[in-house]
Design a protein around this ligand. Structure first.
Ligand code: COA
Length: 251
């Protein structure tokens, strides 16, 4: 318990440049307090003391402005910065090392019982005001832009912004699109999360032709350079001693 509290404080210190001392975190960080209360309410919930657990969670919400259902599963070193207005639903799961800012909702889209809230894999960052809705999975290390509304899975490492949230293209995907455009078609329909084997094959071919094109360009540049040096050597040899031609070309 003590080691987990130390871990919580250390991770806040690491991720919030505004934190000046550990004492400040112990006394003035609602996200830290909310997680402490949640650990108690979650333990009560797991022991079947459901109403008591809800009441403890309600007190936590009253004190911090952060509403975490006692049934929610929260990993280690999770940081809720500022926190006001955060809502975390009953079946939400938050992996280790995630960061949530104020106004984030991990909500459901159905009144049916069962898994209806999102799962955040380790290292996810959710920007202020973002709404993550439904039993979707936000992949490891993904980032969600502030005020985004996410209703579909987000792949690991991706960044999603907007309403509804869309993945921001990586530099590699942008290069692929430029190359595909040169070949006369658009690769935009072929998102990196697409499991269609034909789409994957086209992506592979596009990347392969881009690589080949790059190599041909390098070879062509090298040949041009060689030709230029040969011409220079010929001029030097013609001007002076024709016997030097061999040496200059070798150089
Ligand atoms: C989503 C986020 C992580 C992206 O950061 P990044 O990878 O550095 O991306 P960039 O800032 O280079 O932006 C990339 C593009 O996404 C757009 N974008 C960034 N954040 C956006 C957002 N929240 N909503 C809509 N578009 C956004 C940018 O305008 C840019 O578009 P462009 O390529 O057309 O110019 C970041 O913008 C964000 O929202 N972080 C949350 C921060 C937060 O909530 N802080 C609260 C502190 S109290």
């Amino acid at each position: 318990m003590v080691s987990r509290i130390r871990e919580d404080v250390a991770c806040i210190f690491e991720r919030d440049p505004a934190a000046h001392s550990k004492w400040e975190i112990y006394t003035s960080y609602p996200g830290f307090h909310a997680l402490l209360v949640h650990r108690l309410s979650h333990a009560l919930w797991m022991r079947g003391l459901r109403t008591f657990a809800r009441w403890v969670s309600h007190v936590g919400r009253f004190l911090t402005g952060i509403e975490i259902h006692p049934g929610a599963t929260i990993g280690r070193r999770v940081f809720i910065d500022h926190g006001m207005g955060v809502v975390i639903g009953e079946t939400a799961e938050i992996g280790d090392d995630c960061t949530l800012y104020h106004g984030v909702t991990l909500g459901g889209t159905t009144w049916n019982k069962g898994k209806r809230h999102p799962t955040l894999m380790p290292g996810v960052v959710i920007g202020a005001g973002a709404k993550i809705l439904g039993p979707i999975v936000i992949g490891e290390g993904a980032k969600i832009g502030s005020n985004a509304v996410v209703v579909k899975d987000v792949p690991a490492g991706a960044t999603a912004v907007g309403i509804p949230a869309k993945i921001i293209e990586s530099a590699h995907e942008q290069a692929r699109e430029e190359h595909a455009a040169k070949l006369g078609f658009s690769a935009y329909g072929l998102s990196s999360s697409d499991d269609d084997p034909v789409a994957q094959a086209i992506r592979g071919l596009t990347d392969h032709t881009a690589e080949l094109e790059q190599k041909v360009a390098e070879l062509s540049a090298a040949l041009d350079d060689l030709r230029r040096r040969e011409d220079d050597a010929r001029v030097v040899a013609d001007r002076s001693d024709p016997g030097r031609l061999r040496k200059v070309v070798d150089k």
